[in-house]
Design a protein around this ligand. Structure first.
Ligand SMILES: CC(C)(COP(=O)(O)OP(=O)(O)OC[C@H]1O[C@@H](n2cnc3c(N)ncnc32)[C@H](O)[C@@H]1OP(=O)(O)O)[C@@H](O)C(=O)NCCC(=O)NCCS
Length: 247
């Protein structure tokens, strides 16, 4: 790692069509920010991601200044899993994903995650932000997640949840419900099914990440027993004018 602690992100750069890098560590002072600027200029970086600690005033003073912009609070929540099984309401049909679901899952994903930092930033092309989540759900189905569960409504996918297990630690990746069907218990039923699946596989703790501005999702997780693990701050620093005209 170089002195500035930055590295280029080839996948993100290719996907968004701008040069993107990420800073390591969670702290910075004015000296480090100067080193980051120098590195970004030398490497023609358009956008730098910085995930910062919330509890260091020096870091906040260094990053709450152009070209950095606060774009999200990264909220990690966790839920212990015991012996008790999760009851899934029989009114919601939940099953494994099938290839015929993919167009529906892509459609749900491409419009569901407008609370994320990529949309909030407004310098990433909106169509590409939509495509990011379409790609994510598709890759989850193709094996990047251990399972993808689908809630069915009128013989089509109404929502989905992706999950993975590493040892006894479970993770929920993405959850989304078709906009017209939200607020009817589908999301909660998907979560209960995923938690039960993880429990039966020996999971003792499940984690997931959400956005500080996503109060609706947080309320759903809290009702299911999730509590806050950590809150960190996502900053994006734009070092070029690229992306200025998109939004
Ligand atoms: C979050 C989400 C999956 C919840 O699914 P849902 O089917 O609406 O959830 P439920 O009906 O089981 O309701 C659970 C809670 O979610 C809340 N909720 C969240 N978003 C909602 C929305 N757009 N419409 C209605 N209720 C919503 C409900 O208010 C309810 O909480 P409350 O009882 O305190 O009011 C769904 O709103 C969604 O797909 N949102 C967009 C994608 C997203 O934000 N995913 C989570 C990323 S971490």
């Amino acid at each position: 790692m170089n002195e500035s602690g930055c590295e280029l992100l080839p996948w993100d750069s290719e996907f968004f069509g701008v040069r993107i890098a990420r800073a390591s560590g969670e702290r910075a002072d004015s000296v480090r920010v100067a080193a980051i600027r120098e590195w970004c200029t030398a490497h023609q970086v358009d956008c730098l991601y910085f995930l910062a600690s919330l509890d260091d005033p020096v870091t906040l003073a260094a990053l709450c200044t152009p070209p950095f912009k606060l774009v999200d609070l990264r909220v990690t929540v966790a839920c212990p899993i015991g012996d008790k099984s999760y009851e899934v309401p029989s009114s919601v049909v939940i099953r494994e994903w099938q290839p015929r679901d993919l167009p529906h899952l892509r459609a749900i994903a491409s419009s569901a995650y407008t609370d994320s930092r990529f949309y909030f930033d407004q310098r990433f092309e909106r169509a590409l932000c939509d495509k990011l989540y379409e790609t994510w759900v598709e890759q989850s189905c193709r094996g990047q997640a251990d399972f993808v569960l689908v809630a069915e409504h009128d013989q089509a996918a109404a929502g989905f949840v992706t999950g993975s297990l590493r040892g006894s630690a479970g993770e929920i990746g993405l959850i989304g419900v078709r906009a017209q069907l939200r607020g009817r218990g589908v999301g909660t039923a998907l979560m209960q099914s995923a938690l039960e699946r993880l429990r039966l596989r020996g999971c003792t703790q499940v984690e997931l990440v959400t956005q500080g501005r996503n109060i609706g999702a947080q309320r759903m997780y809290q009702r299911l027993g999730f509590v806050t693990q950590s809150i960190k701050l996502w900053f994006h620093g734009w070092f070029s004018q690229r992306g200025d005209s998109i939004g």
